[in-house]
Write a protein that binds this ligand. Structure first.
Ligand SMILES: [Zn+2]
Ligand SMILES: [Zn+2]
Length: 106
């Protein structure tokens, strides 16, 4: 028995007019759930679709103002580390020069 056209999953004698965007099940007009995102077989599939979509939209963390602050904090820590290391080895002149460049010395 060959089926030339796809029929609804729940109604074998009704032609499918849509397919679920999430699980691709064939659906007839009375079984399909339509919304702004497309056609779905039910709320469960729509929730899955939304979860997947929302996850893809999420921006990587560390961007924006917080990311810049973190970057500056790392630069500052490295700079202070160099100053501390120079001072520790008795190179006060170098330490003062670096401090003047960074803007914390006078
Ligand atoms: Zn589905
Ligand atoms: Zn149906």
């Amino acid at each position: 028995m060959a089926i030339s056209t796809r029929v609804c999953l729940n109604h074998p004698n009704v032609q499918a007019t849509a397919a679920c965007k999430q699980c691709a099940k064939p659906l007839c007009g009375s079984c399909v759930t339509r919304n702004v995102d497309g056609s779905f077989c039910g709320q469960a599939c729509y929730d899955q679709y939304r979860q997947f979509k929302d996850r893809r939209v999420v921006q990587p963390s560390g961007s924006g103002l917080l990311g810049k602050l973190v970057t500056w904090a790392i630069y500052l820590a490295v700079g202070l580390g160099i100053v501390w290391a120079a001072a520790e080895y008795g190179e006060i002149a170098i330490a003062q020069k670096i401090m003047r460049v960074i803007g914390i010395g006078y």
